[in-house]
Design a protein around this ligand. Structure first.
Ligand code: ATP
Ligand code: MG
Length: 405
């Protein structure tokens, strides 16, 4: 008999357990799961206060499980077999499962639950019956009630019987979107995607803001930012990608500002524009990939001068991390290989040879008097191009599906 998982049962992570907030969290998580699993058209999702259920409807379990593992707000999940409510069938399946898992010295327990009270055995009888079935095929296995190696859960519901024995650890964190929205300043580098990932983990729904300066920056650089955004969608679903036309501003700054302040002024414009977009799109916070001491723009003096254009909170999830720690995370979330592709960023191209590491706010403001800041910002904001980035069947998952078919 070949067995196939029919359903995946999901346990919630660290949710607000109180009152009406809980349902809001759960509904958000359900929608995120639906977004991420939209790549598998026959899969359906339901959620109640205690559990969320993913019905496979014939889709293979493994690729779906791979997708579930990255969604924030999931504590753990278990694949489940759906079976006929027939004791002979149940016995046979329990025996097969245990035989496939058995290793010497293994302990097990069966916990049955019967919500269909018309079923011929109650849960205690079922535990015995199925336990004995296991001893028939594995005489050396031991039953153990406390912390057994394997717990087989059997549930008799109205429509069918269900068996599960495996628990897979989820990504934890909070469902993306439950903390509100933030604008992620996403370059093509290593740090900002990691910053985005960490913000997503605490429930911030992000929109990616990317500054592009064609023809100085190439379509390759833009595609890189798209690809990075797509990698981030697997943690909570679709992400809006906002491409800001930045060429005019960079040319203006280059023409009118002193070399040493190019970088500071450029960053101040980026921050202003991101903040304007945040306001328009009802975001609450700005997220960026600044990391202390990495480059000239990332000294505390620099942060001060740049941050002075707004009072909006700016979250810098990687600010205090070492580069190697950031790279480690980038590898884990699979953005590293994309980030190191050699496409020049708008900042690299206009980067002065010797940027100021301790820019003065007053001086930056004085330089800006020579620019029509408001008009430049407005024009950039008006020219923003928005694309919805959705999860995609990843190559390795696609390969897995091919292998399974
Ligand atoms: P990253 O690895 O994220 O590119 P970095 O170490 O190269 O960061 P900087 O180039 O100084 O650092 O950029 C600092 C932050 O400013 C970035 O992490 C990002 O949040 C934002 N930023 C820089 N360039 C862009 C851009 N072209 N579009 C959007 N945000 C940007
Ligand atoms: Mg960079």
């Amino acid at each position: 008999m070949t067995l196939q998982y029919s359903e995946i049962m999901i346990r919630y992570g660290e949710l607000s357990t109180k009152g009406k907030n809980r349902m809001r969290f759960i509904n958000k998580l359900k929608r995120n799961i639906q977004d991420v699993l939209a790549i598998y058209p026959s899969v359906t999702v339901t959620a109640d206060r205690d559990r969320c259920h993913v019905f496979l409807n014939g889709t293979a379990y493994e690729p779906v499980a791979t997708s579930l593992k990255t969604i924030f707000g999931i504590q753990a999940f278990s694949p489940v077999y759906r079976l006929d409510k027939d004791v002979t069938v149940l016995k046979k399946v329990v025996q097969n499962i245990m035989k496939s898992l058995y290793q010497e010295g293994m302990t097990f327990k069966i916990t049955s639950k019967r919500s269909d009270h018309s079923f011929e055995y109650d849960s205690r009888e079922l535990n015995h019956l199925l336990g004995h079935a296991v001893f028939e095929v594995l005489p050396n296995i031991k039953a153990q009630m406390k912390q057994p190696d394997v717990t087989l859960k059997v549930e008799i519901r109205d429509e069918a019987a269900y068996i599960s024995h495996e628990e897979v650890k989820g990504a934890g964190g909070l469902p993306v979107g439950t903390a509100g929205k933030g604008m992620l300043m996403l370059s093509g580098g290593i740090d900002s995607p990691v910053a985005g990932y960490l913000a997503l983990k605490r429930g911030v729904d992000i929109e990616a803001v990317h500054f592009a300066s064609p023809p100085y920056t190439s379509p390759g650089a833009l595609k890189k930012a798209h690809d990075l955004t797509r990698k981030l969608t697997k943690f909570g679903g679709n992400i809006q990608f906002l491409e800001v036309p930045f060429t005019e501003i960079q040319e203006e700054i280059k023409a009118k500002a002193p070399e040493a302040y190019l970088m500071t002024l450029t960053r101040r414009f980026m921050m202003r524009i991101t903040d304007r977009l945040r306001e328009e799109r009802h975001g609450l916070v700005i997220v960026n990939g600044e990391s202390l001491g990495q480059v000239a723009s990332q000294t505390l003096e620099s942060m001060q001068a740049i941050n002075a254009v707004t009072t909006t909170p700016v979250i810098r999830p990687v600010a205090t991390m070492d580069k190697l720690e950031i790279i480690n995370l980038a590898e884990q979330i699979d953005t590293f290989q994309i980030s190191i592709q050699p496409f020049e960023d708008c900042c690299t191209i206009f980067a002065p040879d010797r940027p100021k590491t301790n820019p003065k706010l007053k001086y930056a403001e004085r330089c800006e008097k020579r620019l029509d800041v408001e008009t430049l910002v407005e024009r950039a904001v008006a020219g923003v191009k928005i694309t919805a980035i959705t999860p995609q069947v990843e190559d390795d998952i696609a390969q897995m599906i091919d292998d399974l078919l």
